[in-house]
Design a protein around this ligand. Structure first.
Ligand SMILES: [Zn+2]
Length: 223
């Protein structure tokens, strides 16, 4: 577990004296309460996530799974599949719906999903490589790959707006706004996960987004 303010490791974020009687731990470094979200409703955490507060991301990535004994690996894989589905829908609605009929897309749905998965993985790979170069880290580990995937997938919650787009009509500008919001929360999530500065996280995310645009344009030509 860690202090959500300064990312210093702590033994526990609270001490339980008796059932329902707890005292929040204080961080030895910054002297703030290590994790005040322990006592907050989930809605407060969600609001702080939308407001892009780093401490809310630290709580969700590091403390929440330990406090609630969650298997994040399983959850992240399920969330990855949901994000892939939402990206595929977005790709259809804003890239293909104007050109191809629904029947054509239905026949080629597997191809569309495979290409969106490829583009998403290139995005992930670029963020990983650029952040490692900027942080001057030499060794690559499976843990870092999983951590970055978790950060990017869980911080892509703005993509849930795609469900609303399927029901109501939105202009392509809305897709652009959602993309910007997702990239913004991706940047904060990478900053928190790698415990680095905002310029490094923003550069890695921007490089990933650039590669995704190029790959998306190339693959669109192949469909
Ligand atoms: Zn602290």
């Amino acid at each position: 577990m860690m202090c959500v303010h300064c990312a210093t490791p702590v033994d526990a974020v609270y001490v339980e004296y008796s059932p329902g009687n707890i005292r929040l731990s204080v961080c030895a470094k910054c002297e703030h309460t290590a994790d005040e979200y322990v006592e907050c409703e989930m809605m407060i955490v969600l609001i702080d996530l939308v407001l892009q507060k780093s401490k809310a991301y630290r709580h969700i990535f590091f403390n929440y799974p330990l406090l609630h004994k969650l298997s994040m690996r399983e959850f992240v894989w399920k969330a990855s599949l949901l994000v892939l589905l939402l990206d595929s829908c977005m790709f259809y609605y804003f890239e293909m719906a104007f050109i191809y009929s629904f029947c054509f897309v239905q026949c080629h749905m597997k191809l569309v999903v495979a290409k969106v998965a490829l583009v998403d993985n290139f995005f992930l790979l670029t963020v990983l490589v650029v952040s490692h170069i900027l942080l001057k880290r030499v060794a690559y580990s499976k843990t870092v790959w999983t951590d970055i995937r978790m950060a990017l997938v869980l911080s892509s919650y703005f993509k849930l707006f795609v469900f609303a787009m399927m029901v109501w009509e939105f202009s392509p500008l809305m897709a652009f706004i959602i993309d910007m919001l997702v990239l913004s929360s991706n940047t904060v999530a990478i900053k928190v996960m790698l415990n680095t500065s905002m310029p490094i996280a923003a550069t890695a995310t921007a490089a990933g987004a650039l590669v995704r645009i190029i790959m998306g344009a190339l693959l669109k030509l192949l469909i």
